[in-house]
Design a protein around this ligand. Structure first.
Ligand code: MG
Ligand code: MG
Length: 267
């Protein structure tokens, strides 16, 4: 059942989502060759707690950390460890926070040092596909239209769209109805309704869409060993249209990036 949120509840989810946005912004200045993902994890946990929130992933389904950190061929759900990042890596960082009983949950894939242009293109296309998905999230459409938009955009460029992992409704729990796949048929799935809040999160592979599950019970990697990217935003339906509750602006500020892609979806 899709839980419609009131305007007040949407503001609370926004507050949690923005704590995640700021956490990712803080991490943007730390992500460079030599830093370990465990160090990033402890910085993130302290930052979230300093902002009066609690890490959303820590302990959820028994996940052991604050961040999911997934370098290179890892798709999602990587566990922080003591291996330093290397020049030319990419690292997908997924983070959750809970405050006033509501979750925020979003993600960004960062280049580490100098990254090859074909891998940078994967990041660019995956991020652009997220905004294609957000555009399709509006009254009059169905959930399948979001996946259709993401899938078309990425497959037309020759990338693999992961099937087994999906976006989701978001609120008092991290994963609510509906599931939001990154593939789908136009006009299929549940109706998009006012007050709906979801996480849209394309997970896109440079090669084939096939994945492997690791024996640690968490880490997912591409079957062909090629890189994978993951970008995620939290979005609400307000007056029929998508409104972003999270933002990459804090990351862009650190990285010196000028971007207008969020503009149409800001309140
Ligand atoms: Mg996430
Ligand atoms: Mg999510």
């Amino acid at each position: 059942m899709i839980i419609q949120k009131t305007a007040e509840e949407i503001e609370l989810i926004r507050e949690s989502a923005l704590i995640v946005s700021k956490t990712l912004g803080m991490l943007a200045s730390e992500i460079k060759p030599g830093i370990t993902t465990l160090r990033l994890d402890s910085l993130a946990e302290a930052f979230i707690r300093d902002h009066g929130a609690v890490p959303g992933f820590l302990g959820l389904y028994d996940f052991p950390n604050t961040l999911c950190v997934s370098p290179n061929a890892q798709v999602v759900h990587g566990i922080p460890n003591g291996t330093p990042l290397k020049d030319g890596d990419i690292i997908s960082v997924d983070c959750g926070a809970i405050k006033h009983g509501f979750y925020g949950d979003h993600a960004y894939t960062f280049p580490v040092g100098d990254v090859s242009s074909d891998v940078l293109k994967l990041l660019e296309v995956t991020k652009a596909s997220l905004y294609e998905g957000i555009k399709a999230f509006r009254i009059g459409n169905r959930v399948g239209d979001i996946g259709y938009a993401v899938q078309q955009y990425c497959e037309n460029k020759g990338y693999g769209v992961v099937r087994e992992l999906v976006g989701h409704g978001l609120g008092r729990t991290m994963h609510e109805d509906p599931e939001v796949p990154n593939y789908g048929r136009k006009g299929s799935g549940k109706k998009i309704i006012e007050g709906m809040v979801i996480a849209i999160e394309p997970m896109i592979n440079m090669g084939s869409k096939s994945i492997n599950h690791h024996s640690d019970g968490w880490t997912i990697t591409t079957k062909d060993g090629m890189p994978s990217a993951h970008f995620e935003h939290n979005v609400a339906i307000v007056n029929g249209n998508p409104e972003l509750l999270s933002t990459f602006d804090y990351i862009y500020e650190v990285l010196g990036i000028t971007s207008y892609e969020e503009q149409p979806f800001k309140s």
